[in-house]
Every structure is written in structure tokens, then in C-alpha cells.
Unconditional design. Structure first.
Ligand code: ADP
Ligand code: MG
Length: 385
């Protein structure tokens, strides 16, 4: 593939929508993106110039795609650490590096690390047996949360455990060899927040406005940027926590810190070291999108401004339902409201699957919420007019 002289090549492992949207940023930057995709039909495989087909846990496939690249990065956290360590030991630049990424892959490791940094988080315990769970229930009482330490996403791998019968049922499920049961205190949060930062090896760091995220059945559905009615001191505290974590773990690229806002304090839920659903608003709502800043950060380029371009931006995920005639609805949404920015991921409609998102910016939050929610609902067939 011919490319502009001197401009770098970035390898991204994983061909989902995050890679697809990173390609959008790579085009403007003149950076070459090379993606390892499971199939030629995956979201990013449809749009990226250089696609390699292979699995994210196939060391040979990853080695092959990494040759000649300036940096290797990720669209998800499921690449085995041994593969990443091996690349690093042979001089391949991987960002985020294995030491940082370990904490986004394994929630137990993350909890231990946050504890050592004295960062506020829910009470937690690794459960090796039902009696460990009973002991934990004596401390935090039912209901509490049980999670798999690795491999979960979009709420798959998170359960509410309301009594000892459920505890026994949950722990009777088979676990992968390197996976543990993590119990957490149930936090009756007022809302969830996300604090995103981009950090380069230089190191330079920028913090995005703290956003409110709303989850449905564990999956992100709505993001409001910035988080409404967030005390400015609280917002700065959340940004500080994210920056402290990024520095302490030597994160390079984007870091999202998912937070619980209890009304009186802010607790860390989990970490993602890649572009994140809570930052999709930034494509239309910020001076520099999270995808562009992820590329800038992993390439050690100066970072772009994370400032919001308007008072409010609302992002609503388009999540597949029973309705498959998306294109008709798509045209209707455009005709109805020229302020709605629709982002489709090129995925087939399947129930419960993230297939796109919409962004709406406005001076008026209620207006942005209404317009974005209407468009997302209409696209999936929840509204007929
Ligand atoms: N300790 C907790 N207390 C209350 N709700 C929780 C807790 N942990 C997770 N949740 C809820 O479940 C969602 C998914 O959990 P999370 O650990 O972020 O898993 P995933 O990796 O699937 O995103 C969270 O966004 C939150 O809504
Ligand atoms: Mg999460």
C-alpha cells in the first residue's frame, strides 16, 4: 500500500466499531491504519485500507501484522498478555503496554492496584468458594455484585446476587482457567460517570469533560456530555483520579475510568484502555475526537484539544431490535431532523447488538436528549409515524 512519505502506520487488533471509527480519524491525520479482523465483513474490515484476517489470540497472525508498523494498539482488551509481552520483548512498540493493559483485562488486578493507590472503590473480595461469598455477605449484606474477573463486556459477566441460593447457582458456573469470581459491594449509585483522558509516552495528558453514562441491562445506552449538575469540584476530582491512574499505570492512548456517583462520593468501577462508548459524543461534540486522540497518543504526537464545541452533546446508542429495515428509517431520521448526526457501524441487525449511535449537540439539554432519543428509537423501529 502506497502512503505519504514519513507518515506512520498504526496496527489495531480487532475489527469492531472502535477500529472503524479510528479509521475515520486516521484518514484526516494521514496515518495508515492496519487492522486485524476476524472476518472480511466485520465493522472495520469494510472500511480500512489494509485488513489482515486473523484471530486476536493468534500469536502468528499478530506477529505478521505487526511487522513494519510504528505502533500496535487495540480495539478491545482480549489479546492474551503473553502475546503482547512477546512482541514487546522483540522491540515492537505496543501501546498501551502489557503492564498497563493487564489492569484493564483483569478486574481483580485492577482492584488490587486501585487499593494500593488509595483510590476510592466499592468493597470487593475474590470468591474461591461459597463460604467466601457468605463471609462477604456478612460484611456488605445482600444483594451484592458478582463479576467474572476477565472477558466480560456490555454487562455480560456481571450479576446481582440476592441470596445464598443465587450465590451457589452463580458459583456453580464453569470458569476459564485464568478467570476468578470477583464479588463487589452493590453501590446504589445516583448515576454513572465516565472520565476519559488521553496520555502519550512523552508524557502529555489531556482530560475530556466528565460525562454521565446510562446503562440498560449493563450496556451503555445514553451519554450526556458534560455530566449535568456535576459540582465543578467533583468533576475536577474525577479528572484527577483518571489522570492519577493513567500516570500510575503508565497508560498510553485513551483511558476511560467508569465511575459511580453516589451523591456524596465518586468510586471507580472499571478501566478501559482504548476508545470507549462513553466518548463517542466527541466525534461531533469535541474539538478532537477520542479516536483522533487515541491515535495521536499512541504515536506520541501532540494531543488535540478535548474541549466541547457546544453546551451539550447527547449520544444515544442504536441497539438492534426486531426491526431490520434500517435504511428506510435512516432516511426518515435525516429528513426529520438535520441536526442529528447518525453513525452506523456496518453491522447486521441483531437483537441487543450495538449497531450505531446518534449524536445531537444543542444549547438546550432537554432538546438534545429528545432529538437523539427519538432518532435512535426510530432507527430501531420503536416508533412508527
Ligand atoms: N458494584 C456495583 N454496584 C452497582 N452496580 C454495578 C456494580 N458493578 C457493576 N455495576 C453495573 O453493571 C454495569 C456493568 O459492570 P462493569 O463492571 O462495568 O462490566 P462490563 O465490563 O460489562 O462493562 C455497570 O456499568 C453498572 O451499571
Ligand atoms: Mg463497564
Amino acid at each position: 500500500v502506497a502512503k505519504a512519505h514519513g507518515f506512520p502506520t498504526v496496527v489495531m487488533i480487532g475489527g469492531g466499531q472502535l477500529s472503524r471509527m479510528t479509521q475515520q480519524a486516521a484518514i484526516a491525520l494521514g496515518v495508515e491504519l492496519r487492522v486485524l479482523s476476524q472476518s472480511p465483513t466485520e465493522s472495520a474490515a469494510q472500511v480500512v485500507g489494509e485488513i489482515f484476517i486473523g484471530q486476536h489470540d493468534d500469536a502468528a497472525a499478530i506477529e505478521k501484522i505487526a511487522i513494519g508498523a510504528d505502533v500496535v494498539t487495540f480495539d478491545h482488551e482480549h489479546v492474551p498478555l503473553e502475546i503482547i509481552r512477546d512482541l514487546e520483548s522483540r522491540g515492537v512498540v505496543v501501546r498501551p503496554g502489557s503492564k498497563a493493559l493487564a489492569h484493564a483485562q483483569d478486574k481483580v488486578l485492577m482492584r488490587q492496584k486501585l487499593e494500593s493507590l488509595e483510590i476510592k472503590q466499592p468493597k470487593w473480595k475474590v470468591l474461591n468458594s461459597i463460604s467466601d461469598g457468605v463471609e462477604f455477605a456478612n460484611v456488605v449484606s445482600y444483594p451484592f455484585i458478582i463479576k467474572v474477573s476477565r472477558g466480560g463486556y456490555d454487562g455480560r459477566g456481571v450479576w446481582v446476587c440476592k441470596d445464598e441460593t443465587e450465590l451457589a447457582d452463580l458459583l456453580s458456573q464453569p470458569l476459564g482457567s485464568d478467570v476468578q469470581w470477583l464479588a463487589e459491594e452493590f453501590i446504589p449509585f445516583e448515576r454513572e460517570l465516565s472520565a476519559q483522558v488521553a496520555r502519550s509516552p512523552h508524557p502529555q495528558m489531556i482530560a475530556y469533560p466528565v460525562v454521565e453514562t446510562q446503562q440498560k441491562e449493563g450496556m451503555c445506552s445514553v451519554v450526556i456530555a458534560p455530566a449535568p449538575n456535576l459540582d465543578p469540584e467533583r468533576a475536577v476530582e474525577a479528572q484527577r483520579v483518571a489522570m492519577q491512574i493513567a500516570d500510575a499505570l503508565d497508560v498510553t492512548g485513551m483511558l476511560a475510568v467508569e465511575l459511580f456517583d453516589t451523591g456524596s462520593e465518586i468510586l471507580v468501577n472499571e478501566l478501559a484502555m482504548r476508545p470507549h462508548n462513553s466518548g463517542h459524543w466527541s466525534i461531533d461534540g469535541a474539538i478532537t475526537s477520542q479516536f483522533e486522540n487515541h491515535l495521536r497518543a499512541v504515536l506520541d504526537l501532540p494531543l488535540g484539544s478535548p474541549k466541547a464545541k457546544s453546551e451539550w452533546t447527547v449520544m444515544v446508542n442504536v441497539i438492534g431490535g426486531d426491526f431490520s429495515d434500517m435504511f428506510h428509517a435512516f432516511k426518515h431520521c435525516m429528513a426529520r431532523d438535520p441536526h442529528v448526526k447518525i453513525h452506523m457501524y456496518g453491522k447486521e441487525v441483531r437483537k441487543g447488538r450495538k449497531i450505531g449511535h446518534v449524536n445531537v449537540s444543542s444549547e438546550d439539554l432537554e432538546d438534545a436528549l429528545r432529538r437523539a432519543q427519538h432518532a435512535a428509537d426510530y432507527l430501531i423501529g420503536n416508533i412508527e409515524e
